[in-house]
Design a protein around this ligand. Structure first.
Ligand code: TRP
Length: 334
């Protein structure tokens, strides 16, 4: 608890470009969570180097992500948005937790198996213990809730196991975190194959709207979106492409699917796709403009980065000191 509120932690990697699906499905809803929780959102650059990165590119992407979050509406005073590498407690606690985690537990993590297969030439031990670092992130903040996608649920489970194991030995040190299942955001599908989720790692660039796409690109991608031969704007599973476009349009305009269907009664897919494209542009353009402003406003952003890292560091170090004492490290001489 901090200021009478429960703790919420989530981390984002700065690799890949966020999509409209990430925005409408998650980010947009995070904006309101700070009323209820003390929120920490870390750009997890320590995690990013488990896969080889270009240093200049990583630095740039990290700043882009941090400013994007602010531009998308996360108030950097009410939310603590910071770089993981600026708070060394993450790495320090991860080391300690490594000594409370078993090889077998890490070996069965599905994400490790997937990534090891994908990067067979670089199966480093950081990739192997990635979930332990994630556990350290979460436990440092005594997090009550952690908003994560389904692909991260297994990592959250192992975090709970590690925390419980530690608590069983040393007493109540860590809060046992839970997955945050809040108001679910809109589920957005691929524009090229509406049976698949819109994903930042889709090889087909036309399948996803990236938050960085300019208006012309956005309109063009919607014009190319896969539909059907029914020729009528209806909200039904028989027309998954059109249904997805209705979901996007209604999330961007706050109209209900029924209202959307009514609005486009008797109109062709061409008109409808154009309207969806314009609605998305009207949501994304202000975010992009705000981000561009932030990227120009170096001093302001640097100040946010500094104060938020200090705030995160203060809380993280309180937990770390407690853990260090519990495991028997010598006390610091003041
Ligand atoms: N592994 C998460 C992902 O790739 C990112 C992450 C790192 C995270 N640390 C976290 C998410 C702590 C939630 C909590 O999406």
């Amino acid at each position: 608890m901090l200021n009478g509120q429960k703790m919420l932690f989530s981390g984002m990697q700065a690799t890949g470009t966020l999509t409209l699906g990430n925005y409408l499905g998650a980010l947009k809803n995070w904006v309101t969570l700070c009323d209820e929780y003390e929120c920490f959102y870390s750009v997890v650059d320590l995690h990013s180097i488990t896969v080889r990165q270009n240093p200049a590119e990583l630095r740039k992407r990290a700043r882009n992500l941090l400013t994007l979050y602010i531009a998308a509406g996360l108030d950097p005073v009410k939310n603590c948005i910071y770089y993981q590498s600026h708070v060394s407690a993450h790495a320090e606690l991860a080391w300690i937790l490594n000594c409370f985690t078993y090889m077998g537990e890490m070996q069965r993590m599905t994400q490790f198996k997937d990534k090891a297969a994908k990067h067979a030439d670089n199966i480093n031990t950081g990739l192997f213990t990635y979930p332990v670092l994630m556990a350290a992130d979460i436990l440092l903040f005594q997090s009550d809730v952690v908003p994560v996608g389904v692909d991260q649920v297994q990592h959250l489970e192992i975090t709970r196991d590690i925390a419980e194991r530690f608590n069983n030995i040393y007493g109540d040190v860590f809060t046992i975190p839970e997955a945050y299942i809040g108001k679910v955001g809109a589920k957005i599908q691929s524009l090229q194959d509406p049976s698949k989720k819109m994903s930042k790692s889709d090889e087909n660039v036309n399948a996803s709207i990236y938050l960085t796409d300019d208006p012309d690109t956005i309109i063009r991608k919607f014009k190319r979106a896969v539909t059907d031969s029914v020729g009528c704007v209806q909200y039904t599973d028989e027309q998954p492409g059109i249904k997805n476009l209705i979901t996007i349009y209604s999330a961007c305009t706050k109209k209900t699917p029924e209202e959307v269907v009514k609005e486009f009664e008797g109109k062709g897919y061409g008109d409808f796709k154009m309207a969806v494209g314009e609605a998305v542009v009207s949501v994304l353009k202000p975010i992009q403009d705000k981000q561009a402003d932030l990227l120009k406003n170096k001093d302001y952003v640097d100040q946010i980065i500094k104060t938020n890292a200090e705030k995160a560091g203060y809380i993280a170090n309180k937990t770390l000191r407690k853990v260090q004492k519990k495991v028997g490290f010598p006390e610091r001489v003041r």
